[in-house]
Design a protein. Structure first.
Length: 176
């Protein structure tokens, strides 16, 4: 049986992502996501706690994260856990467990929860509106114009063929 290392968290960014590049030019973006937990203790009192998760994204995912993620925004992160070990300048051995992001989805309002949903900017990770892109292409626009003209000519031809014959059904009157 294969091993499985998968982390999925849903929370809020605690600060804006930090974007940097490795010496060989690879993009890396770090950010922290807070997840909140609420429960009732034995006395029935509501308790709350927060966990803070360090997340690291690499390459194109890092560039996208730095463009659309902001402090306070809700984000769903999917990735794997990885622990780094190092020795600090003071000689003390340290370690840190991080989520290496494989995918993420920015959710909710782009700025703060109080602002309206209309203020969400278009995300860089979204697919373009293909119909709009095709309309903007010059050769497709010409083809679209030609198709519209040929449809108009076809309608005129049908009306002319039926014109003067009251017994015949006008094709434009057929609802389907």
């Amino acid at each position: 049986m294969r091993d499985f290392n998968k982390a999925i968290i849903l929370g809020n960014l605690t600060r804006d992502p930090e974007m940097r590049y490795t010496p060989n030019g690879k993009a890396v973006c770090s950010f922290v996501v807070a997840t909140n937990r609420r429960w009732n203790d034995a006395d029935g009192n509501l308790q709350e706690s927060a966990e803070y998760h360090s997340v690291v994204a690499w390459g194109k995912l890092a560039e996208t994260a730095s463009q659309i993620l902001r402090k306070g925004r809700k984000v769903l992160v999917e990735g794997r856990l990885q622990t780094r070990n190092w020795e600090g300048q003071d000689g003390v051995k340290r370690s840190k467990t991080e989520i290496i992001a494989e995918n993420f989805s920015a959710l909710g309002p782009a700025k703060s929860q109080e602002e309206s949903l209309e203020e969400i900017p278009v995300q860089a990770a979204e697919e373009p509106d293909l119909e709009k892109v095709i309309e903007e292409m010059p050769e497709e626009k010409e083809n679209k114009d030609q198709k519209a003209k040929s449809k108009e000519a076809e309608k005129k031809t049908k009306k002319t063929a039926i014109k003067g014959e009251e017994d015949k059904i006008d094709l434009d009157d057929i609802p389907f």
